[in-house]
Ligand binder design. Sequence first.
Ligand SMILES: O=C(O)C1=C[C@@H](OP(=O)(O)O)[C@@H](O)[C@H](O)C1
Ligand SMILES: C=C(OP(=O)(O)O)C(=O)O
Length: 423
Amino acid sequence: MSSPHWSAPVAHAPVDAAVPLPGSKSMTNRALVLAALGTAPGRIVRPLRSRDTDLMAAALRSLGVGVDEDGADWRVLPGELRGPARVDTGLAGTVMRFLPPVAALAAGEVSVDGDPRARERPMGPIITALRTLGAAIDDGGRGALPFTVRGTGSVSGGEVVIDASGSSQLVSGLLLAAPRFEKGVEVRHEGPPVPSGAHLAMTVAMLREAGAAVETDENAWRVVPGPLHRETWAIEPDLSNAAQFLGAALVAGGRVTVPGWPAETTQPGDALRGLLAAMGAEVSRGPDGLTVRGTGRFAGLDADLHEVGELTPVLAAVCALADSPSRLTGIAHLRGHETDRLAALAAEINALGGDAAELPDGLEIRPRPLRGGVFHTYDDHRMVMAAAVLGLAVPGIEVENPGTVGKTLPNFTRQWASMLAPA
Ligand SMILES: O=C(O)C1=C[C@@H](OP(=O)(O)O)[C@@H](O)[C@H](O)C1
Ligand SMILES: C=C(OP(=O)(O)O)C(=O)O
């Protein structure tokens, strides 16, 4: 998927815009799985439509689930899960980790593969865990994609120990399908800390909203077998995708409002309120949504982003333009994301004349005057977003393969342009 370079626009004046955001990727793909495993049809209201969510819908359809468009909504009609089927995960972590446990419940063979980089992302622990829980998976001993799930129509479930330090999705995937396992599941994590606590909280909250009984303890989760059903899933705006727009208010000065910011949420993007305030933004909430105001001058950030790692690429770009150095830590697992994000961010910031150093578990960024040049994006949607933030202040940034942003935000470049020149 490549497209011509995109010239990231410079902000010639302070921004003053409201930016409505499409739905959360993480919530949409959880709602799809939970609705597919339900006892009756369900509706997903304002789902995100993007590569990652369309891939999840296609995967479920291939297993016999109806996912029908109804205006801007999706109607999900659970069906008897069956193979044979071929599932394309693309580069979606949520599809590669959430779908195989569902495939294990199908009767028949389900082959699962994705983009070349998907074959390098951590999968071994969930393959092993699924085998412990009674599923048959043929992965040729690779512990990675591609593999074939040889489903029998049921999974026994039970107790399993997993090292999920590489990705919280390894746990979320097991939990989301577990109400349909005969014995449910008791998952215990052993190893370095699991990242992305917010996403695990989202998994537990949405399971409960679908009627599942879930107990949690530190590093342990128990899901009781039982029916799942929720008539309507209302998807919140994707707060992680708010990062670049709110960050623009700091970089360019001015203000950006994201309408519909939830009063309470399990989304990690909610942490942007505190993180941007720590850099000097004025953050306020009102009937119009969440507003961030900035002056164009702001401090660097010293933060452990372990719980909210997916915010890193955009925050790193903001940090590269700050008045003081930044240190972002707790994010070693980002080396297993769409690309090795620590290496990619350091390489691209430095190629523009910046000073970013990789730490084993993070980045140190010392502000330096930057110059234009080609910004490589490594098939990573958030690298496109990071480049756009840099481009606000640095003329001549040419973003390679901007279409890759369609993983979660297909309209990004248009929204970016209208934020800079509101009608
Ligand atoms: O469960 C989810 O929806 C996600 C969990 C996180 O994964 P990791 O724990 O692998 O970082 C996050 O980075 C990803 O974008 C979405
Ligand atoms: C890490 C991310 O995605 P994925 O769901 O593919 O893991 C992300 O969106 O930043």
